[in-house]
Write a protein that binds this ligand. Structure first.
Ligand SMILES: [Zn+2]
Length: 539
């Protein structure tokens, strides 16, 4: 039996259900009425880069070690890549059991790992990188399909909607065409293909579609997102046609989507509360006051000029000069010896400045609970300009991560304004706690993604209670009549099957999958991936 898995990054039933009802999504409708569906709870944070490794391993981030696009490292951060995933992926497991597997455009698969089959890595691939396995895969099909595209060619900016939408639809077509072609040209048992485009589109264009959005604007592009879903649906239909009758199909997303109101500079808030302190070096103090005044880098430069230290800075070093004029405050300006907590990451993650983990950490084990409680208490004061409290929920680390890497993860997860607001991922955009510097985004992630499954052994026309993204790997193994490794945190979704049978478990020895050596990308590759993440609004 063949299994096709279609990933739609960021897809939500909040949009799919009404559009299916109106007849725009005939193929998803067919899958839903002929199969099962449920909401799919994402990881904390509900972000692409921990969610896909969680799907691929069936393990929580405390076991696989990927918590975000970026991981704090000193006063800086490391970018994640596929070698940071510390558990075997579904593709490696299925390969070891003799399945031929195809994996196309899934996030956090660069550098591509050798499998019994073929792979093209997804977002987080550097532009010039070797993105496929085997290495000649893309070149074999290039004459038919043109160059492979990992990501958009155009970064969204207000006023460029027409070109942006055109490019995004082009990306959907490219991913759909490659998947259709490879599913016919290559032999496979399990094929996973992924559409990244709708996520990028929903970040940029949500407000043109959502009349209740506070930045709603009537636009000729009101239906652009719907038509993007429709295009994805069309490709799903073509893929279904290319499948044998007894194939099983799953459609899933890594998280859901909804409107974005504003962004929060959590580090500015922590500074105001005295939980994060800046270093007393004169340059930092100067930048901090410029920052508080909300000055642009050019404004800072004018102040520096007036104060007459510009020439001095030129003489001192180019690096110092760049520090003054090139950027605002960064984590390098933090006085780590006086800092209790800091925020890094895209939704609202807070790290305690823990001794032994952070390079200049000051929170000792004995003091951890108390210090964290102090931060949680302080966060209750986070409110918007109207005085409305913004913290919907705070989840402590041990409630969501378990495993050998759990302590590398953020200590607190904040749900701010029911995910209508998110934190700025790096130090801060400006000196305000609530900032309107949101780089054109009007949509952001929600916890509830989608799951749809249809196949000969799967029930039909059934809506199930919410499942977890952790459950899909064990469910896929069980569907294929394979044992489920005990290490997986998810559970087989037995109630999707007509006859679930008995789940077989497998005691685990991951050693056969290698030693999980983390590798960092080269500086050049890192710069390329950072550039891509920045253009997508993730950094
Ligand atoms: Zn995503």
């Amino acid at each position: 039996m063949k299994l096709l898995i279609v990933g739609i990054d960021g897809a939500t039933f909040d949009l799919i259900h009404p559009w299916a009802q109106e007849g725009y999504l005939p193929n998803l409708t067919k899958l839903m009425s002929g199969g099962v569906q449920s909401n799919l709870a994402s990881t904390l944070p509900p972000v692409t880069s921990p969610a896909w490794p969680t799907f691929m391993t069936g393990c929580n981030p405390g076991k696989h070690g990927v918590f975000d696009f970026i991981q704090p490292s000193g006063a800086n951060y490391d970018l994640v890549n596929s070698t940071k995933i510390k558990q075997p992926t579904l593709w490696q497991r299925l390969s070891a059991s003799g399945y031929r597997v195809g994996v196309l455009n899934v996030p956090v698969t660069y550098p591509p790992q050798p499998i019994n089959g073929f792979m093209i890595s997804g977002i987080l691939s550097p532009k010039g990188g070797e993105i496929c396995y085997p290495a000649d895969l893309i070149s074999r099909y290039k004459s038919d399909l043109g160059d492979y595209r990992v990501a958009p060619n155009i970064q969204y900016k207000q006023g460029t909607e027409a070109e942006f939408i055109d490019d995004i639809y082009g990306l959907i077509r490219a991913h759909g065409d490659w998947a259709l072609h490879l599913m016919k040209a290559e032999s496979w048992d399990v094929l996973m293909m992924h559409f990244i485009a709708l996520d990028i589109m929903m970040h940029a264009l949500w407000r043109f579609m959502d009349r209740s959005h506070e930045r709603y604007e009537p636009s000729p592009n009101e239906n652009a997102i719907r038509d993007g879903y429709r295009l994805v649906d069309e490709y799903i239909g073509r893929m279904l046609e290319a499948l044998p009758d007894d194939a099983a199909v799953m459609v899933m997303s890594d998280h859901g989507f909804g409107p974005l109101r504003n962004m929060v500079n959590l580090n500015v808030f922590l500074m105001q509360k005295g939980l994060l302190k800046l270093s007393r070096k004169p340059m930092t103090q100067l930048k901090a006051s410029a920052f508080r005044l909300g000055l642009t880098p050019a404004g800072v430069y004018r102040i520096v000029e007036k104060l007459g230290i510009q020439n001095m800075a030129t003489r001192v070093s180019k690096n110092t000069r760049n520090q003054v004029v090139g950027k605002f405050l960064s984590f390098e300006n933090v006085d780590w010896g006086q800092t209790t907590a800091y925020s890094m990451g895209h939704v609202g993650q807070i790290y305690m400045n823990v001794a032994g983990r952070e390079p200049n950490g000051i929170i000792e084990k004995d003091n951890y609970d108390l210090a964290r409680k102090q931060v949680i208490d302080a966060l209750q004061d986070l409110h918007d300009e109207a005085g409305r409290p913004l913290i919907s929920q705070i989840i402590i680390r041990e409630e969501t991560y378990q495993g050998p890497f759990a302590e590398d993860g953020p200590d607190l997860h904040l749900i701010i304004d029911d995910y209508n607001m998110i934190a700025f991922p790096l130090f801060a955009t400006d000196g305000k706690v609530i900032t309107n510097q949101i780089r054109g985004d009007s949509g952001c992630h929600r916890r509830e993604g989608i799951f749809i499954a249809k196949g000969p052994s799967i029930k039909s026309d059934l809506q199930l209670p919410e499942a977890s993204i952790l459950d899909l790997a064990p469910t896929i193994l069980h569907l294929l009549n394979e044992p489920v490794p005990r290490i997986m945190d998810g559970e087989v979704l037995a109630n999707i099957f007509d006859d679930p049978g008995e789940v077989r478990y497998q005691e685990e020895d991951t050693k056969e999958f290698g030693d999980f050596d983390s590798q960092s990308l080269s500086d050049e590759e890192t710069a390329q991936v950072e550039e891509r993440l920045r253009s997508l609004g993730y950094l």
